[in-house]
Design a protein. Structure first.
Length: 258
């Protein structure tokens, strides 16, 4: 959560659990003591352990990603992984697309939101050991034109946009040399199947392409709700080389990430 002191009053905003959020009610009158009222509310994450998942293989084959619906089958500067370390640190550059970023009046608001989101993602990897995994936010792009995106009928073409992001980072549009470029979109994503548009997809990434030219992933997020935390965590797992674990010991129903 973010805790801020504003004009002598405390504001708390962020994630309380997998489906609980808290935010200040700035339009409501303060209490007699001058405190700001807050609202605790429920959200539905873009993907959860009961949903289907699908992602791209390293060569663009064998698609997998994160899917909303369940079915019976069930988504550094050195340029190389860090070795012999207790914690594997992954540098992220986040793009907030045109629709997503417009809900944040100031850059500081978007930065704070993304920082909380990455912290929530890290909590989903807290049990990993030898090595541990920690994601750090090294940059944010507030997109105004979405030059990397392919949009049809107000929907984001997941596959084509992923390819567009590869070109975007290859052409030097992203500062620094992050290990992963991840798009957070406020649009509904879709994939084409036999000429038909399906909107069940909520995330997509290449698999095992960390630190390569295909180090890109994407996921939906409803602005200000942190609903895309699970999707981001799942797709980052793909980028680090994790495929879907379909063993009986790790069922989706019990909250396993992959």
């Amino acid at each position: 959560v973010m805790v801020r002191s504003v004009d002598g009053a405390v504001q708390v905003e962020g994630i309380l659990g997998s489906d609980l959020r808290i935010k200040p009610l700035l339009q409501v009158a303060r209490s007699m003591e001058g405190q700001i009222p807050h609202k605790i509310y429920k959200v539905e994450e873009k993907a959860d352990p009961r949903t289907v998942a699908m992602a791209y293989g390293a060569r663009g084959k064998g698609r997998r990603g994160t899917n909303r619906r369940r079915n019976s089958t069930r988504k550094h500067d050195s340029g190389s992984p860090q070795r012999n370390q207790d914690t594997f640190v992954v540098e992220l550059h986040i793009i907030s697309d045109k629709k997503h970023q417009r809900d944040y009046r100031k850059n500081e608001e978007l930065i704070a939101y993304m920082a909380v989101m990455i912290n929530a993602v890290n909590l989903r990897y807290v049990d990993m050991a030898r090595p541990g995994v920690r994601f750090i936010l090294v940059g944010i792009t507030r997109s105004k034109d979405d030059a990397f995106a392919t949009i049809e009928q107000g929907l984001l073409d997941a596959s084509e946009t992923l390819q567009g992001m590869k070109k975007y980072i290859k052409n030097g549009k992203v500062p620094g040399n992050p290990d992963i470029l991840f798009l957070v979109t406020g649009l509904d994503m879709f994939k084409k199947d036999g000429g038909k548009i399906g909107k069940e997809l909520v995330g997509l990434a290449f698999c095992g392409t960390l630190c390569t030219e295909a180090r890109v992933g994407e996921g939906e997020d409803t602005p200000t709700t942190f609903s895309g935390v699970y999707t981001m965590a799942h797709e980052l797992g793909h980028l680090m080389g994790s495929k879907h674990d379909q063993t009986p010991e790790c069922p989706w129903e019990e909250g396993y990430l992959m």
